[in-house]
Design a protein around this ligand. Structure first.
Ligand SMILES: [Zn+2]
Length: 116
């Protein structure tokens, strides 16, 4: 279950940003997960429940948005949506491709209350 390590890293990031912005309570966290990272939303939610305990995000909700992957062929420059086990360029059938999107976890936004 790699969701747990992702959740831990995410919470570190969230708490750091909250500190910098003077938030005393976090209401909502929005995160984008690339398809290629294979994050299972239900498992991620569970991991989140575990890591938010006893933090200022203990009542926060987690919104997960999955992003479709996008690859580009290094040879013919065609852009296409790769499958999990198939990274061949559909145009020239070469495996010399780079991933443009879908291989990352991005913390999109945090909503919370500022301390007065
Ligand atoms: Zn190609």
């Amino acid at each position: 279950m790699h969701e747990m390590s992702i959740a831990v890293g995410l919470m570190d990031q969230v708490l750091e940003i909250a500190k910098v912005n003077g938030l005393k309570e976090i209401d909502e966290i929005e995160v984008e997960t690339g398809f290629l990272r294979q994050v299972i939303p239900e498992v991620m939610q569970e991991a989140f429940l575990a890591v938010r305990r006893e933090t200022i995000a203990q009542n926060a909700t987690l919104k997960i948005v999955e992003i479709a992957p996008l690859s580009e062929c290094n040879i013919c420059k065609k852009q296409f949506e790769p499958q999990l086990n198939d990274f061949l360029c559909p145009e020239c059938q070469k495996a010399d491709v780079k991933v443009l999107k879908g291989d990352e976890i991005i913390l999109k936004s945090i909503q919370g209350k500022e301390s007065k």
